[in-house]
Ligand binder design. Sequence first.
Ligand code: HEC
Length: 215
Amino acid sequence: MTRAVGLFLQGMGVLALVVVVAGVWFVFSAADGFGARSKPSAVETLIARRVRLASIPARARSMTNPVVDDAATLASAKAHYADHCAICHAADGSGVTPIGSAIYPPAPDMRDERTQSLTDGEIFFIIENGIRFTGMPGWGHAESGNADDSWQLVHLIRRLPGFTADEVDALRSMMPRSAHAHEGGADHHAPKPGAASHHHDEPEAAPHSHGTDAS
Ligand code: HEC
């Protein structure tokens, strides 16, 4: 065995030891076990985030939003968000919903720096591709070749920090009934028992298919 190979094997041995020690530390540091209800530790969050951002191709990161940010875009994005996103991310973007808070890792407050500091391209990439090993689904449009819906949502996410209480209420009222009845805890829009669901006769603001219903 040459000296180089010996050194290499020695290095691998040390590395294996470090991995085992880190693993044991990780298991014992999760005092409450590995349920989805515990909060991720700071270290775990940092590592997960680094890995996630590193997985976004540079080309995607620097993409600019091709969709104009006007009233029509916002209206369409709101309908879309109410339909597909608010069940986890909440009407106000806080992530405080029974699902958003109970999955692991939890849905982040998208009004905060953490999300707002992402580039438009990064947010777009995340919406299209989802985030592995988390509750965040990928909503890609590869089949329909139309990514405008996701770009509209990027504009909406940028506007979340400035949403007024009225805007949040209006958006909440657009959520599908089961989600909306559960969202955010306090629900002052819940239909009275026996009242017909008002969601079926609501005008659709704009085409807002995401996923398989091609349009
Ligand atoms: C089933 C729940 C769920 C649904 C539905 C959902 N998300 Fe998420 N989303 C998550 C979770 C959980 C995370 C955080 C994952 C993590 O910590 O890595 C996330 C993360 C994100 C992020 C990254 C934010 C950040 O700071 O890391 C964006 C952007 C996002 N979601 C947008 C959307 C949009 C837009 C929709 C609707 C088209 C949507 N999500 C639907 C659960 C969901």
